[in-house]
Design a protein around this ligand. Structure first.
Ligand code: HEC
Length: 107
């Protein structure tokens, strides 16, 4: 857990100093923060995080699917799911989480 805190701190610092972390639709470093706090209970958000006990895909798996796009993620997060609770995420948080997931998509 320590490593994640550090990674977040570094990400936050990087975000303050530059516009590089900024994608048009959302901010990847605050997306990582939202993801580790809200989604991290059930998903393995970063490869260094221990795999979740819940049977859910890791964010790396989700990101690497060819079908994963900003639109598909936003639709998923806006709708109801049997095994995943429905979140009340602000629009900005949604954009940031989506930007983070897309940022780890293999190119
Ligand atoms: C309480 C546990 C839980 C939390 C918290 C959670 N998820 Fe999930 N999520 C799941 C489960 C379980 C699945 C598998 C889908 C299913 O079977 O319904 C899933 C599936 C997904 C999928 C779809 C993957 C696919 O198969 O296409 C996405 C995208 C996703 N989650 C994103 C998120 C994001 C972003 C957050 C944080 C805002 C989040 N999840 C928080 C449990 C959770």
């Amino acid at each position: 857990m320590r490593g994640i805190g550090l990674a977040c701190a570094i990400a936050a610092l990087a975000a303050n100093g530059s516009v590089l972390a900024q994608s048009p639709a959302g901010n990847t470093s605050s997306g990582l923060r939202v993801a580790t706090t809200i989604c991290g209970n059930c998903h393995q958000v970063t490869p260094t995080m221990p795999p979740s006990a819940v049977r859910s895909p890791s964010f790396a798996d989700i990101a690497s699917r060819p079908t994963t796009t900003a639109l598909s993620l936003k639709q998923f997060l806006r709708s109801n799911h049997s095994r995943m609770p429905r979140f009340i995420l602000s629009r900005a948080d949604t954009d940031d989480v989506v930007a983070y997931i897309l940022s780890i998509k293999p190119r």
